[in-house]
Design a protein around this ligand. Structure first.
Ligand SMILES: Nc1ncnc2c1ncn2[C@@H]1O[C@H](COP(=O)(O)OP(=O)(O)OP(=O)(O)O)[C@@H](O)[C@H]1O
Length: 307
């Protein structure tokens, strides 16, 4: 379990994390989202005792990180910046870490295999691609078989196969009863990976809820209807309170009415339907909507036409 309580961190006159409180529980993947500069990495550093808060408290299993007797056996962390001695092989890098915490070579080898680096473990880590570097960072995080994982952008640099691999791994680790806290910019990926979300903007909490609730709360549900009788159906649906947006001769987008009711109305009128598809908004849309006010570096609308 991870707890942040009124966490506040300032850099000069800039407040990077502002009175932030949340709890991350075991057994599910919790996504940590926020626009650039929202304070995600700073929060993770505070949780890991790498920075001191000006106010508030960060605890892991009820203790400050610095008070954990064998931290690598409790918390595995992957931070954005790569902290690898580039001249060392991946194996030796992990060996150094393992030796500081009395972790066996057997475990080291297990982890190297788990992250798919067996073939390159003896190669210089400095020559690794971004994706291989991420795998090495994940191996380091998993070395101590920790019950808590804090991963800052673990998907960074991974190819599609790597992305699916890390998703499956995080979900498996959570299903084993571990606490998995992961930040990412890839909304589609988070939507299918994280069951719960903590969303921040300008250092403050914006949402702490299930992924489903987050999407539902901030996007409008709609139903796409395809019918050769679009005009007649549009009239019937509108009379019953649905909001209809026609698109061409045979396509309607309906809001404020659920799909089953639209189907019933069509049946009652003897209208043929070729498609009746409920659509919910995406996590990306929900995120844009909820964080609009807190985007630090937004692009303005392009003026004129783009060629
Ligand atoms: N060491 C530092 N010194 C000064 N300012 C900092 C430092 N670290 C972070 N900041 C500032 O604190 C704010 C939060 O930064 P942080 O890196 O935590 O955000 P983030 O959500 O992780 O961003 P990103 O998604 O871009 O990685 C930003 O305005 C950043 O410029």
């Amino acid at each position: 379990m991870i707890e942040a309580e009124n966490l506040t961190k300032r850099y000069g006159d800039r407040t990077a994390v502002d009175d932030l409180s949340f709890t991350v529980v075991p057994g599910r993947v919790t996504g940590f989202l926020g626009p650039n500069g929202a304070g995600k990495s700073t929060t993770m550093r505070l949780l890991l005792g790498l920075d001191r808060p000006h106010r508030g408290d960060a605890r892991i299993h009820g203790r400050h990180y610095v008070d954990l007797p064998e931290p690598m056996r409790v918390v595995g962390a992957l931070l954005e910046a790569r902290a690898v001695h580039t001249g060392r092989s991946a194996y030796n890098h992990l060996l150094c870490l393992a030796q500081t915490q009395g972790i066996s070579k057997k475990r080291l080898e297990e982890v190297v295999e788990l992250v798919g680096l067996t073939g390159v473990a003896r190669k210089r880590a400095g020559g690794f691609s971004l994706g291989m570097g991420q795998r090495l960072g994940i191996a380091a995080a998993l070395l101590g078989d920790p019950s808590v994982l804090i991963l800052d952008e673990p998907v960074n640099g991974l190819d599609p196969e790597g992305i699916v691999w890390i998703r499956t791994l995080m979900q498996r680790l959570a299903a084993e009863g571990r606490t998995v806290f992961v930040s990412s910019h890839l909304m589609n990926e988070m939507a299918v990976t994280a069951e719960h979300l903590i969303v921040i903007g300008r250092g403050r909490l914006i949402a702490d809820c299930s992924t489903e609730e987050f999407i539902e709360r901030s996007t409008e549900k709609m139903v796409v209807v395809r019918t050769p009788d679009a005009q007649r159906l549009a009239t019937v649906v509108a009379e019953e309170g649905g909001k209809v947006q026609p698109d061409g001769d045979s396509l309607l987008t309906v809001t404020h009415m659920e799909a089953p009711r639209i189907g019933e109305l069509a049946a009652a009128e003897g209208l043929v339907l070729h498609e009746l598809t409920p659509r919910r908004g995406s996590l990306e849309e929900a995120f844009m909507e909820l964080t609009r006010e807190s985007v630090e570096y937004g692009a303005s609308e392009p003026k004129g036409e783009l060629r």
